[in-house]
Design a protein around this ligand. Structure first.
Ligand code: ZN
Ligand code: ZN
Length: 348
């Protein structure tokens, strides 16, 4: 396979080919999906996990947060709105990108996963809008979205991701789908976390708990998306050793390293006036996340080995990734509102 040759959009139905695809890209596949006859049976477990996490924004009653909103400091309100719209901006890119990748993936079971991920991104996007509509008028929402679009640090941070997504749109080669996957892991597995940290920090002080509940649902989804994308890339490199080059492995390290740098910069800007979040600790946390993403790709750590320096951010551990116990999660979510800073928030 020439990794620099654009993949063609596959026909919907190819009756002459088997249902079980011969490859995740450039494979032969009828286009019909029988979950009992798929090339990578573990994908079905992941599909089940994604579905068992199903949630929607309206299930969460925002009344408590609406009452608390006016009690937040003006700095807290400002950071809250900035982070909310910036995270919404990231999710806005993710929905169409996942749909687009789906067009070039030849394994129907993987297509189904991309479809579910795209749906979840749409829910995330809506949940940020739902939070905003509970708290501020449309004119302020519009100002905040415009701010997110024109903020130079946000632009710089997103450019790396955007470049790779646009490159794939222009030229859907195997090489470009590989690079898109790496950047998608950065977006879902690193870029969201300074924002998450802020909301969980408020929650530690019993503030805006409904928002934090929603954020924890988003985090749970994102962890699985990043995990899936890592699996997708590992299979891609295994099926196509011509992609598994030193240059591409260097690309992974370089790109993850840049994402860590940009996330640290953003955290310093966005969280600088928030008392109680130690930015040095947060820097270590981004390195810890980067190492985790690399290990999911089957690669050695980029940064020196460290334990999670901010366990309170990680409300739900990555070990939950392959669990399908949604009732376990809901139980946690229900107790979420009851814990205080002193009685074991860190245990969640
Ligand atoms: Zn999302
Ligand atoms: Zn996602």
């Amino acid at each position: 396979m020439d990794i620099h040759l654009p993949m063609s959009k596959i026909k919907l139905l190819n009756p002459e080919f088997p249902n079980k695809s011969t490859g995740i890209i450039n494979g032969q596949s009828s286009g019909l999906l029988n979950w009992n006859d798929i090339a990578y049976p573990q994908i079905y477990d992941l599909y089940q996990t994604l579905l068992s996490n199903f949630w929607k924004a309206q299930e969460i009653n925002m009344q408590d947060d609406i009452k608390q909103w006016d009690l937040l400091s003006s700095t807290e309100q400002d950071v809250f709105l900035r982070i909310n719209t910036q995270l919404a901006s990231l999710d806005s890119l993710q929905t169409p990108t996942m749909c687009q990748v789906m067009d070039y993936v030849t394994d129907s079971s993987f297509k189904a996963i991309f479809a579910v991920i795209a749906q979840q991104e749409a829910v995330h996007n809506e949940s940020y809008s739902y939070i905003l509509s509970s708290l501020v008028p449309l004119s302020e929402q519009n100002d905040r979205f415009n701010q997110a679009k024109s903020d130079p640090i946000v632009q710089k941070r997103n450019q790396l991701i955007l470049d790779s997504y646009e490159r794939f749109r222009e030229n859907p080669t195997p090489q470009n789908v590989f690079q898109l996957g790496v950047n998608s892991i950065n977006l879902e597995g690193i870029y969201f976390y300074a924002g998450f940290a802020f909301f969980y920090h408020l929650a530690r002080q019993q503030k805006m708990l409904k928002t934090s509940t929603m954020i924890s649902y988003i985090q749970r989804d994102e962890m699985q998306h990043a995990y899936f994308m890592a699996q997708f890339l590992r299979i891609l490199l295994t099926e196509h050793p011509e992609l598994n080059t030193d240059a591409n492995i260097d690309y992974v390290y370089k790109t993850v390293g840049q994402a860590v740098q940009l996330e640290k910069e953003w955290a310093h800007v966005i969280l600088k006036d928030i008392e109680g979040i130690n930015l040095n600790e947060y820097e270590e946390y981004t390195e810890y996340l980067a190492n985790k993403r690399l290990r999911q790709l089957g690669l050695p750590n980029l940064f020196s080995e460290r334990i999670n320096p901010m366990p309170w951010i990680h409300v739900f551990s990555d070990e939950m990734i392959n669990e399908t116990k949604s009732d376990f999660f809901e139980q946690k979510a229900r107790t979420y509102a009851k814990v205080t800073q002193s009685n074991g928030f860190d245990e969640l």
